[in-house]
Design a protein around this ligand. Sequence first.
Ligand code: A3P
Length: 263
Amino acid sequence: ARPTDVLITTPPKAGTTWMQQILHQLRSGGDSTFTSIDTVVPWLEIQREGKTWQEIVKHFESLPEPRVFKTHCTAEQTPGIGIANIILTSRDPRDCCVSFYHHLMNMTDEARSKKQIPCPASFDEHVDQWLKFGAWYRNVQSWWPYFEHPKVLWLRYQDMKQDIEPCIDKITEFLKWDVTAKQKETVLEYISFDWMKAHDEKFSAQGGSSKTQTFKPGKFIRQGKVGKHKDLMSTEQEHRILEKAKIMLEPECLKFLELDQIC
Ligand code: A3P
């Protein structure tokens, strides 16, 4: 890791792609020319078809600074803590669980068979598997000890949704990146849900180099709302998700995530 690097580390479906776009836009002062977000903000740990890990690392070495990467690694798995700048986004686990269900359902059959990711037989089965796999819990739990680390900035999806501008100011201040008022205007346009939805194909490659289309067209940037899990999730399913959070996370962490009153 280099001191200028930025790592976005999130549990799946917590706004990773949004943060990739935010950082790329802030870094470039507004750029709509890239074909896939993965080419400008690569997913650090994903395998690349036909490439050895040495080739992948060599490519990462050649990227211009400041380099920005996405990862779903836990703190234990993340390289460069204390050197690189780390930005987290967290989101309500119930919304992440529902978003991940749509993620799986909206994959193309070709991608699903290639990656050997089966389609959940029902939403019920998906919730069971999501709880059993537990990526959301592992990720949040592992990063909580770094909450106040000077090289870590932790943002919440609900705050970004409510008002993105102060979040952007926090990011530029944290990274000491200069963005002019005019550039900020362009950045705000390109990071909006509507712009990203209209350019869904730039965000849905998930690893980039493969010829296989991973998602059905227009389905990756989906809905982008807070609390919409209620449309699909039963009270009993919510209860199971929140119970596990209560067991696995510190009370202070639950409070930060605004889950303390409902857990
Ligand atoms: P939904 O499925 O609830 O719509 P990730 O990038 O971590 O996979 O997260 C994907 C989620 O972020 C999806 O949530 C997606 O719609 C949402 N998202 C992507 N871009 C967004 C934006 N500009 N504003 C708000 N939400 C966004």
